[in-house]
Ligand binder design. Structure first.
Ligand SMILES: Cc1cc2nc3c(=O)[nH]c(=O)nc-3n(C[C@H](O)[C@H](O)[C@H](O)COP(=O)(O)OP(=O)(O)OC[C@H]3O[C@@H](n4cnc5c(N)ncnc54)[C@H](O)[C@@H]3O)c2cc1C
Length: 414
């Protein structure tokens, strides 16, 4: 098994490989003299992180975004950076822990405000609470700092939150939350500063392979010849078929995200209460996410079939936001005076088994796929690992479970 050794040019970057990406095998011992030209298709948080890490690693990068940066899932997201009990099985849990750690590094590298402090989660049903207790016990067995906390400790951590009659609450102290649009813009600005070309309003339509092995991307803003390209195209399932000749089964689901105007600090942690998720960003804005998706009925299916990211009428947006706000107010009464700033409908990029898809298409070896949920939690780790796999023509063992040619079994998890 050949371990990759870094070129002098990339040594600094290489030394920063996190524990998760330590084992890169199959690396080319002689990196090419000419800079690799790599296109990243999709300017959400995943494409932006990959573009940033590729540029940092010495590639010539073109980031191509059909619309504007971070306008789809990376805007309509709750943006909780987490690796809690829900991240299963253990390899995926560890990958998410690497994601959480990689945010600490990226945060200081690019001066991105991340609110740390952990998450507090509980349920109404006694049976579900019992399961939560077991799930936290498993976390403890896995060496995580997660714990169940009660009474006075809860009021000390969150004096403005009403926990009701619940006996105990799961506390995952490593979690944080971020403004995903700001983070995306910061990564793109840093990549651009290092020479990456950023093209918004530029859709990649088809791909042709050239005789010399390069590929030509035919885009709405002209042709572009590159050595490799990354599909960070999110929930657009058609993109992987037309651009990388592979179908990735997804069960994309919608979620409503409400953002309030800035408020004095009310909460310090991510509150995962029955029916609603709540956190307050560094800028004072409170972000609310619903736990359940849209009701599964024909009327909703029809309205949602073209995947809108906003409501057809501002009155509907207002209605939904007020409903979610009311649920939140029961837990954070101080939110009664909150004013709504934005309401989004986000669409989760969600491979059928709930796990990321990371790796080259078996049918178009120049195409590297990066499609996933929990993309906010994973973005910096994914950016770093994908950049290394592409630049060193290597394989990171951490990503072995997430290759595009696996069998996708439907599992109802995020
Ligand atoms: C309601 C909701 C709540 C969530 N909560 C969390 C959470 O708390 N924590 C967490 O970690 N994750 C969460 N997620 C998931 C997370 O937001 C996503 O995994 C992440 O944003 C995916 O980023 P992305 O860059 O892959 O996708 P996107 O942000 O959707 O970006 C894909 C981009 O590709 C572009 N594109 C597509 N096709 C083309 C083309 N042919 N040419 C050019 N551009 C193209 C699109 O225009 C788009 O901008 C949530 C998601 C939703 C919807």
């Amino acid at each position: 098994m050949l371990l990759c050794s870094p070129s002098a040019m990339n040594r600094r970057t290489f030394l920063k490989i996190s524990a998760a990406s330590a084992a890169l095998v199959g690396c080319s011992p002689n990196p090419p003299k000419r800079k690799k030209h790599i296109a990243v298709i999709g300017g959400g948080i995943i494409g932006s992180s990959i573009a940033y890490h590729l540029t940092k690693g010495g590639a010539q990068v073109s980031l191509l975004e059909r619309n504007r940066l971070a306008e789809l899932a990376s805007r309509g997201t709750f943006a909780w950076i987490n690796a809690t009990w829900a991240k299963q099985p253990r390899h995926y849990h560890e990958f998410n822990q690497a994601g959480v750690q990689s945010w600490k590094h990226l945060q200081s590298e690019l001066d991105i405000p991340v609110r740390w402090g952990g998450s507090l989660e509980w349920f109404t049903s006694v049976e579900r609470q019992r399961i939560l207790q077991a799930q936290i016990s498993e976390q403890i067995e896995w060496g995580e700092p997660a714990t169940m906390i009660t009474g006075d400790t809860l009021s000390e951590l969150e004096p403005n939150v009403v926990f009701g009659n619940v006996d105990s609450v799961a506390y995952s102290p490593n979690d944080g939350a971020v403004d995903p649009v700001l983070a995306t813009r910061k990564m793109v600005a840093a990549a651009q500063k290092e020479g990456a070309s950023i093209r918004e309003n530029c859709a990649v339509e088809t791909v042709s392979t050239l005789a010399n092995g390069q590929v030509q991307l035919n885009t709405s803003c002209g042709p572009l010849i590159v050595d490799d390209y990354v599909l960070a195209t999110g929930a657009d399932a058609a993109a992987t078929i037309s651009l990388a000749d592979i179908k990735i089964p997804q069960r994309t689901t919608p979620g409503i995200i409400v953002i309030t105007q800035p408020m004095p600090r009310l909460i310090n942690r991510i509150i995962v209460a029955p029916g609603v998720h709540i956190h307050q960003r560094d800028d004072g804005r409170i972000v609310l996410g619903e736990q359940d998706g849209a009701p599964d009925n024909t009327a909703h299916q029809m309205r949602l079939s073209h995947r809108p990211t906003s409501f057809p009428d501002p009155a509907f947006a207002e209605q939904h936001a007020s409903r979610i706000l009311m649920t939140a107010e029961a837990f954070v009464p101080g939110m009664a005076s909150a004013d709504i700033e934005d309401v989004y409908i986000g669409w989760r990029p969600l491979p059928l088994d709930g796990h990321p898809v990371l790796g080259r298409s078996p049918n178009q070896p120049r195409a590297y796929l990066a499609i996933m949920h929990s993309g906010v939690s994973l973005a910096p780790a994914v950016g770093e690992l994908v950049a290394k796999e592409i630049l060193y023509n290597a394989s990171a063992a951490t990503l072995d479970e997430y290759r595009p040619d696996r069998n996708f079994e439907e599992i109802r998890r995020y």
